[in-house]
Design a protein around this ligand. Structure first.
Ligand SMILES: Nc1ncnc2c1ncn2[C@@H]1O[C@H](COP(=O)(O)OP(=O)(O)O)[C@@H](O)[C@H]1O
Ligand SMILES: [Mg+2]
Length: 364
């Protein structure tokens, strides 16, 4: 929580206020825009005003039972330090027992063990029902964040899972945040009429950092370390990373390590290469999961974002093949959140700015 954090004051205030009014929020943006860090800050703020805050990361869940287990675990984890609350959690949550063991940082870490064997949906239902009773009983405001919430669509019987979760979330008197980076998949859960979560939460999109705040932040971070970067150079970084929060940190970290006192143009060029190189393995593994056709289209969109992928000139210039093939590739690339379409202009672009720069470099 002590790490320097750029801006997000309005977002923090908005989200705290939604949480306080017991609203449910879908918080979405491309990966590494700061959703998780911001949520931790929101919860830190709520906690300091007496709210009980649970954080449940659903990344990589493979079964309904595991989803239930992670929910139970998040409740044990926050109550574990308070004897009375922990006892309450144990009394109410009958589906999972807590297992305490020494953590790596000298503290205590909590895991859970199923209390009985039955099918996953029943366990989830039991867990949500326990959560409802627990929240009713504690007499505190409660806030629960589900990070990487779209992962629930990956488990067998995901529609059944959505149904149970929605049924209880509607009843439980607290605020839920549903956070995720796979935007198409996440938003479909909430915006598809036929799905249980349809219109059950406010959509809140996290944007890239505002230019002015980003520039001030970079300049002040260098100043604090008794180094210097001019506004012009900071502006160049902003361009290269498209105001992306994580890449700003990464770029500045490498740059700061590299320079002696004052940042030069040459340093910026060199560090741009270093940043791309540092992500190379990730980018290569993304490409390994794509077909040649998808890669061709992705490269075309990195070189030339367009609203007219299907125009004859664009298709022939980038060797895109048939319109049917393009359609399939577009669908797959946007499901993977690698490309996005601007709703006003219709222009399609590559989401990750460094991935985009790297693709351009690779195609030269
Ligand atoms: N507002 C910010 N100011 C400074 N650094 C940030 C900011 N937002 C995100 N970051 C950096 O980006 C990293 C990734 O953020 P994270 O919260 O994990 O993103 P997400 O959950 O959206 O994928 C953080 O560890 C932090 O270094
Ligand atoms: Mg995250």
């Amino acid at each position: 929580m002590d790490a320097p954090f750029c801006d997000r004051e309005k977002e923090l205030a908005d989200l705290v206020s939604y949480a306080k009014s017991n609203a449910n929020v879908v918080l979405f943006s491309p990966r590494r825009y700061g959703k998780t860090s911001l949520t931790k800050r929101v919860q830190h703020n709520l906690k300091s005003h007496g709210t009980l805050t649970a954080y449940c990361d659903l990344f990589g869940v493979t079964s309904v039972e595991e989803i239930a287990g992670r929910i139970a675990k998040s409740i044990y984890a926050i109550t574990q330090k308070n004897k009375g609350l922990f006892q309450k959690a144990i009394n109410f949550i009958t589906s999972f027992r807590p297992v305490l063991s020494p953590g790596p940082d000298g503290g205590i870490s909590v895991s859970v063990q199923t209390a009985f064997k039955t099918d996953g949906i029943k366990i989830l239902e039991e867990t949500m029902s326990s959560l409802e009773k627990f929240v009713d009983d504690v007499n505190l405001d409660v806030h629960i964040a589900f990070d990487e919430f779209q992962e629930i669509t990956e488990v067998p019987n995901s529609i059944g899972t959505e149904g149970i979760l929605r049924q209880y979330i509607q009843k439980i008197q607290c605020s839920f945040f549903f956070i995720g980076s796979r935007r198409r998949i996440l938003l479909d859960i909430f915006n598809d009429r036929k799905r249980p979560f349809f219109q059950s939460a406010l959509n809140y999109e996290l944007q890239p950092l505002p230019y002015n705040d980003l520039i001030c932040f970079i300049i002040s971070q260098f100043k604090k370390a008794e180094k210097r970067i001019s506004e012009e150079k900071a502006s160049r970084i902003s361009q290269l990373i498209s105001n992306h929060p994580y890449y700003m940190q990464k770029f500045c970290f490498f740059l700061y390590e590299e320079i002696d006192k004052e940042v030069t143009q040459k340093d910026i060029v060199a560090i741009n290469q270093v940043v791309m190189e540092s992500e190379r393995i990730v980018f290569e593994s993304i490409l390994q999961g794509l077909t040649i056709k998808q890669i061709t289209l992705l490269s075309a969109l990195s070189i030339e974002p367009t609203a007219k992928v299907y125009s004859a000139s664009y298709m022939s210039q980038y060797n895109l093949g048939s319109t049917g093939g393009i359609q399939q590739s577009l669908d797959c690339l946007s499901k993977k959140d690698l490309i996005e379409k601007n709703y006003e202009t219709g222009v399609r672009t590559v989401v990750d700015p460094i991935f985009k720069n790297w693709l351009i470099k690779m195609s030269m």
